[in-house]
Design a protein around this ligand. Structure first.
Ligand SMILES: NC(=O)c1ccc[n+]([C@@H]2O[C@H](COP(=O)([O-])OP(=O)(O)OC[C@H]3O[C@@H](n4cnc5c(N)ncnc54)[C@H](O)[C@@H]3O)[C@@H](O)[C@H]2O)c1
Length: 249
């Protein structure tokens, strides 16, 4: 099945750098108009310029996804401006790592608010425009930590595991409306988020990755581009690990 001839509109959160920026490029290369969202206008503008320099179409909206009202307003504004919203990629995420014995309430709550609650609010807000368009592709970025756990990341793993259960339930609710919902669960990907980790942790992660290298943001973006394409309409409620084989079973 060929893609819809008119330009689909995609909203990508956390698109100012790393995996989110790579997803923005990939969706633009696939012919989407990409709405890039994060908190930093300057960085978003740089991503937009790079997309446009290769012939893609993009716009930017600043938004703090931990603010539910702001997320709802963002979705309504994008859907109103373009008259449609076809694709949502919930990618924005943070870490506040600590062993559970020492983890503070703030560390737990911040991760749940930014990584999980934002997904609930954004997904809820896109359903009406997607139903109106009789098409929708939702891709939520999880993590292998949500599948197999990771010491020091009880908060992060809980949020990412919650995203998987949430997405499967959403997929069941929306399947008959031609709206799919899937999770992409990255393994260890080279970004500023992982750059700060100690070398010992990086060595352990590489050793646990059968393909023998860290992932690149483009590895994740390629999967998101496919899951958000018209051709992926028969895939829903799945958690796809893009992890170099780290969690195969
Ligand atoms: N890098 C990895 O190895 C890895 C592995 C598994 C999952 N992930 C997930 O992939 C996603 C992207 O990770 P990354 O490595 O590119 O991280 P990153 O830190 O490089 O980028 C995160 C992006 O999210 C944005 N963001 C953070 N908090 C935000 C907020 N409150 N409001 C709006 N935007 C906000 C940042 O500005 C940035 O654009 C995250 O959800 C992360 O949990 C990453």
């Amino acid at each position: 099945m060929a893609d819809d001839n008119s330009q689909r509109v995609a909203l990508v959160t956390g698109a100012s750098r790393g995996i989110g920026a790579a997803i923005g490029y990939a969706l633009a290369q696939a012919g989407r108009h990409v709405v890039l969202c994060a908190r930093d206008q300057d960085k978003l503008d740089q991503v937009k310029q790079q997309i446009e320099s290769t012939g893609g179409s993009a716009s930017v909206h600043t938004c703090d996804v931990s603010d539910g009202e702001a997320v709802t307003a963002l979705v309504e504004s994008v859907a109103g401006e373009h008259g449609r919203l076809d694709i949502l990629v919930n990618n924005a995420g943070i870490t506040r790592d600590n062993l559970l014995l020492r983890m503070t309430d703030d560390e737990f709550d911040a991760v749940m608010q930014t990584n999980m609650r934002s997904v609930f609010v954004a997904c809820r807000a896109v359903l009406r425009p997607m139903m109106r368009g009789k098409f929708g592709r939702i891709v939520n970025i999880g993590s292998v930590a949500g599948l197999v756990g990771n010491a020091g990341q009880t908060n992060y793993a809980a949020a990412k595991a919650a995203i998987a259960g949430f997405t499967r339930s959403l997929a069941r609710e929306m399947a008959a409306k031609k709206i799919t919902a899937n999770v992409v669960a990255p393994g260890f990907i080279e970004t500023e988020m992982t750059d700060v980790l100690p070398d010992k942790v990086k060595e352990l992660a590489k050793g646990a990755t059968p393909v023998g290298r860290f992932g690149l943001p483009d590895d994740i973006a390629a999967c998101v581009a496919f899951l958000s394409s018209d051709q992926a309409g028969y895939i829903t409620g799945q958690v796809v690990a893009v992890d170099g084989g780290m969690t195969m079973c």
